[in-house]
Design a protein around this ligand. Structure first.
Ligand code: ATP
Ligand code: MG
Length: 435
């Protein structure tokens, strides 16, 4: 992509309305613009990040055996009356009336809808277990939308739902999702700690929240330092693999302040106790028959009797993740993207626009990098290009100036460490594309 031809509306001034770093940086780097309170438009660079996160989330959902579907954003009020949540949900639900005076709502989550779909489609125990997910916009009329995309009103969520015949099968689905989440966050390039959590609106009795550590996080968190190292989550999705993983994960202490257990905490060796703040980027729930029973979704069991399936639901805040990652990874100069979800792997900085050799090398790099490269070909001072590349946070900067160009060398800068080295064009390409 050529910066001179792209919509990347960066800001020099610090936006006054933004209280925390990720919100400021997302506005300053031109990733998003607020269209109404808590409602954002995603501009080209921001959308690339959102799509990359979404792609990793999707691959890991597929890998754990969940099937992708797409449910609508608009739901009927009657569906929610069946579970009793239409009244219970309160003011966070955006209620809409259509021209025929039918009551609709913009979905804040999809337990009722997926249960209705399954009730219609599945009749026998032979058709279970099933796990389904979609990645769809949600709306919650938050009292106080704030911190940019971290607490928006319209936001993108991956939500999955599992249906099993009994508790032990439901627990396997729960473990699969927990593992899928750890793999997802590891691939994205962040540490997200699974914490015992309250079940809130969804109901039920087993739940974990996944928290990215950041001083600006809304939740107080207590955890064992062993979580910081980020284990290898490469165990397979077999019964043995899941048990090994689940035991390792849940025997280490980690809880949000709502679930904090002072006695269990005291048993953690003092040197390993960590207290901090976290941003919730995902939550998983096991809630049994709450929806299958209330909405009358039963299947014929092996013995001919009716069985209400055991359910779980599993959310990831895809758009919130963009803000959370920035909150965890930035410095004075700007964003520091993890490689896996960076909008571009590298920026190519042309320090002498108009110089023939410099331009030729930049063009060659741009062509070789393809969609992974952002070519800063603007008629701007070198200082402005450096600042913009640091702000946008590309993992690599390939800096091309007339002196190096005459000798066929460029400067390669790693954003995270600031490390710079002079290398040939080929080596620069190898390192950017290889690592
Ligand atoms: P919170 O406690 O932050 O309000 P929640 O517990 O109500 O979130 P869940 O119902 O667990 O949210 O939804 C799943 C995920 O969706 C959350 O873990 C979070 O990452 C994301 N999410 C929830 N509300 C918002 C929001 N207002 N803006 C952006 N993302 C959100
Ligand atoms: Mg939650």
């Amino acid at each position: 992509m050529r910066l001179s031809e792209s919509l990347v509306p960066t800001l020099k001034e610090i936006p006054a309305e933004a209280q925390i770093a990720s919100h400021r940086l997302m506005l300053r780097a031109g990733l998003v613009r607020q269209m109404a309170s808590g409602i954002y438009a995603w501009l080209p660079v921001g959308l690339r990040v959102l799509k990359k996160i979404e792609a990793i989330v999707r691959e890991e959902q597929d890998a754990c055996g969940a099937q992708e579907i797409l449910m609508p954003t608009i739901q009927s009020a009657d569906l929610w009356r069946e579970s009793g949540r239409y009244e219970a949900y309160g003011k966070e639900m955006l209620r809409i009336t259509d021209r025929h005076e039918r009551e609709l709502l913009y979905g804040p989550t999809n337990e009722e809808m997926i249960t209705a779909i399954m009730r219609d489609a599945v009749k026998s125990y032979r058709e279970l277990p099933q796990m389904l997910y979609h990645i769809q916009w949600k709306f919650r009329d938050e009292v106080r939308p704030r911190f940019g995309v971290l607490r928006g009103r319209e936001f993108l969520m991956k939500d999955a739902y599992s249906f099993d015949l009994d508790f032990s099968a439901a627990l396997i689905s729960y473990k699969k999702m927990l593992l899928a989440y750890m793999r997802t966050f590891q691939r994205i390039g962040i540490v997200a700690i699974p914490m015992r959590a309250d079940t809130g609106q969804i109901g039920g009795d087993l739940s974990h929240e996944f928290h990215v550590l950041a001083p600006t996080g809304e939740s107080g968190v207590f955890y064992d330092a062993a979580f910081e190292s980020g284990d290898a989550f490469s165990v397979p999705y077999t019964a043995a693999g899941l048990d090994e993983f689940y035991t390792a994960c849940t025997t280490k202490y980690a809880a949000t302040d709502e679930k904090h257990d002072v006695e269990a905490w005291a048993a953690v060796p003092e040197a390993r106790r960590r207290e901090g703040r976290g941003i919730e980027v995902g939550q998983i729930f096991y809630f049994g028959k709450k929806y299958s029973e209330s909405m009358g979704f039963g299947v014929i069991g092996a013995d001919g009797a009716k069985v209400f399936p055991e359910m779980g639901s599993y959310g990831i805040g895809v758009s919130r993740l963009v803000g959370a990652i920035i909150e965890a990874r930035h410095d004075e100069a700007g964003i520091i993207w993890p490689d896996a979800i960076a909008p571009f792997k590298a920026a190519i900085l042309n320090l002498r626009q108009g110089d023939e050799k410099t331009g030729a090398i930049c063009e060659r790099l741009h062509e070789a990098l393809g969609a992974d490269g952002l070519y800063d070909d603007r008629d701007e001072r070198a200082g402005a290009k450096f600042a913009e590349a640091d702000l946008l946070g590309h993992p690599w900067q390939v800096i091309v100036g007339p002196r190096g160009a005459a000798n066929g060398v460029v400067e390669l800068k790693r954003r995270a460490t600031g490390e710079r080295s002079e290398v040939s064009v080929e080596e620069a390409l190898g390192r950017v594309l290889g690592g």
